[in-house]
Design a binder for this molecule. Sequence first.
Ligand code: GSH
Length: 216
Amino acid sequence: MTITISAFAWVPDFAQGNVKDLRPRWALEEAGLPYEVHLLGPDDADGPAYRAWQPFGQVPAYRDDEVELFESGAILLRIAELSEVLRPADRAEAGRVEAWVFAALNSVEPKIDNLVLPPLFHLGEAWVEGQRPHAEALVDKRLKGLADWLNGRDWLTGRFSVADIMMATVLRAIKDHDLLAQHPNLAAYLARCLSRPAFARALEAQLETFRAHEPV
Ligand SMILES: N[C@@H](CCC(=O)N[C@@H](CS)C(=O)NCC(=O)O)C(=O)O
């Protein structure tokens, strides 16, 4: 089985280590599945060939011998299917993993994006400070729900899964934020996820690509 994911050859400093190809890289490292990387240069994401693979020109996209996919959630679920390590034990467990992958992407990530992206892309604009309290309140509501769920649990479902990879990559955007620190079990959960050797290998693989393609 040949597995290929797409990734940007280089991104500016603030994005390095945070580009979403980190998600399949981490899952593939956990699974012990080798993969190839289709690197995109500055103009490649807008070309027709890549748009036929990823309609929005984003990363990651994914293909193996059987399927071609985009969207990091769909990709992680596919990798789980292929992996002895990450495959859910039965349909009930698979359902819980799917639900938590969607929850990370659909119920948690948009709230966190609302909080962290405006100051990143619109620094100094008045509306950013104006919307911050509301954005923080919405994030806090989700963090509370998540912290309650994780109370007494190590992982979102019965054992470490792609749902934890997804949730950890989402929460990582507020790793150093007070809102996370206010929920010690959630901060501990994130630390538990990020201390996995497979995460370190995935992060290093992404960063190594950027070092190798640094513009001169
Ligand atoms: N919902 C997509 C989002 C992917 C995404 O936002 N990718 C970013 C990099 S982290 C990207 O390609 N940005 C460039 C763009 O949107 O044009 C997924 O989860 O795969």
